[in-house]
Design a protein around this ligand. Structure first.
Ligand code: AMP
Length: 422
């Protein structure tokens, strides 16, 4: 079905053509008519499904329809008519880019506000008057307190990635923001997963919503070659360096649960001669964007990220995702490995599992309804020796470097052979 069957107006159709979009994705096909009718929407969809356009296109169309035919005759500055609330800076920037792309012929103006950078450029943009605001919760509240932002004219509110808001501890902030919105409004609520607390939040802020769900996780998971290595926590570093000697790993996104560990792994990898960098919330916005761009351009082979920082990262041809630590929420595993295997391409997802993480692995296997194959033949098996001791023996026994392991190469050959054969 082409976009024009969804009754999209010509200026937006033209912009979509420039973007090279030929037909709507499933979430767009379902959500756009609902939003254009002015109804509330509960969308169960994750990044990568085209959900940004699913809300951006109808918002642009509705606001364009309400535009004054001669905007220069309007007295006073523009007011914010649509608010998009999203959890991370990366997502905010990507959503801003989408509005720029789809709205380029509409005459509507938007801006993006997020923390971690000076507010000066953001307040200047706000002062000049905008129709659409894309924001992360902390900076939005801050600018509202400073009276740079007023939400009383908002007609369409989007809550993006609600489950991430919960994970990141933003739910109280979200509720504070919602309390400042007019009660008469259209609300679009997106979440990849629907835990009880999110369902409860949705019930409080939506009015008779239409529900739309797209389920790429299952299909995505199918297309990805997954494996798990049982390894002691203290041996994960050695196993990672060992695996990265395989040159067929062209680009790898490595996940950790904490910023501290992301930094430590990056240091270890750089020391071992691997081209790696980290992105997480403690890094400046510029440093994160720089690392992400190098990774996208394939100048950087390995990017180490926390779940939060990696949210919304959209990298073409990402060959490997490595879970250095298993996530304690099974859905997060699906989010993580969904970064590879995009657009029907095959991808490889490798997970390290130490003794304490075994319950997480069981939960993941349950969620994806299959048992992730275990790679048993590797140099750092989780043995009866226990964490720590094994590594000491390794270092003492073998002249201090991983490279001197005779068995490593053989095992790697076996591992790559197994992969090729699968
Ligand atoms: P999102 O889920 O919004 O992060 O979108 C994922 C990617 O799909 C982005 O790179 C979009 O530019 C792209 N995209 C969105 N809608 C379409 C479409 N209808 N056709 C082709 N690509 C699209």
């Amino acid at each position: 079905m082409p976009f024009k069957n969804l009754n999209i107006i010509e200026p937006i159709l033209r912009a979509l053509k420039t973007e090279g979009y030929t037909k709507p994705t499933p979430i767009q096909e379902q959500a756009i008519p609902i939003v254009l009718e002015g109804k509330d929407l509960l969308g169960c969809a994750q990044t990568g499904t085209g959900k940004t356009a699913a809300f951006a296109i109808p918002i642009l169309q509705i606001l364009r329809g309400e535009q004054h035919p001669e905007p220069h005759l309007i007295k006073g500055p523009r007011v914010i008519k649509s608010l998009i609330l999203t959890p991370t800076r990366e997502l905010a920037v990507q959503i801003g880019e989408s509005f720029t792309a789809y709205g380029r012929h509409t005459g509507l103006r938007h801006t993006v506000v997020f923390g971690g950078v000076s507010q000066h450029a953001q307040t200047n943009a706000l002062r000049s008057g905008i129709d659409i605001l894309i924001a992360t919760p902390g900076r939005l509240l801050d600018l509202m307190h400073q009276r740079f932002i007023h939400l009383q004219h908002v007609k369409i509110f989007v809550l993006d990635e609600a489950d991430r808001m919960l994970d990141m501890g933003f739910i109280v902030d979200v509720k504070k923001i919602v309390a400042k919105l007019p009660t008469q409004r259209q609300t679009l609520f997106f979440s990849a997963t629907m835990p009880t607390e999110i369902q409860r939040l949705a019930n409080t802020i939506l009015t008779h919503p239409e529900k739309v769900a797209v389920t790429p996780p299952a299909t995505t998971v199918e297309a990805i070659e997954q494996s798990v290595y049982f390894v002691a926590k203290s041996d994960k570093r050695l196993l990672l360096i060992h695996l990265l000697k395989d040159k067929s790993i062209e680009s790898a996104l490595i996940f950790t649960r904490t910023k501290h560990l992301a930094d430590r792994i990056t240091r270890d990898l750089v020391q071992a001669g691997v081209n790696a960098d980290a992105i997480h919330g403690n890094k400046s916005q510029n440093a994160r964007q720089r690392a992400l761009n190098s990774f996208k351009l394939k100048k950087l082979r390995v990017l180490v990220a926390t779940d939060i920082a990696a949210r919304g990262i959209d990298v073409d041809n990402l060959s490997h995702v490595i879970n250095y630590e298993l996530p304690n929420i099974a859905e997060t595993y699906v989010h993580r490995i969904g970064r590879t295997g995009r657009a029907g391409l095959s991808g490889v997802a490798i997970s390290f599992c130490d003794a304490e993480e075994k319950p997480y692995l069981r939960a993941i296997n349950r969620l994806i309804s299959k048992t992730i194959p275990v790679v048993e033949d590797h140099p750092f098996p989780l043995s009866h020796i226990g964490p720590g001791k094994h590594q000491d023996e390794v270092v003492k026994g073998v002249t201090g470097t991983v490279r001197s392991f005779g068995s490593l190469k053989a095992s790697r050959r076996k591992w790559s052979g197994a992969r090729r054969g699968r």
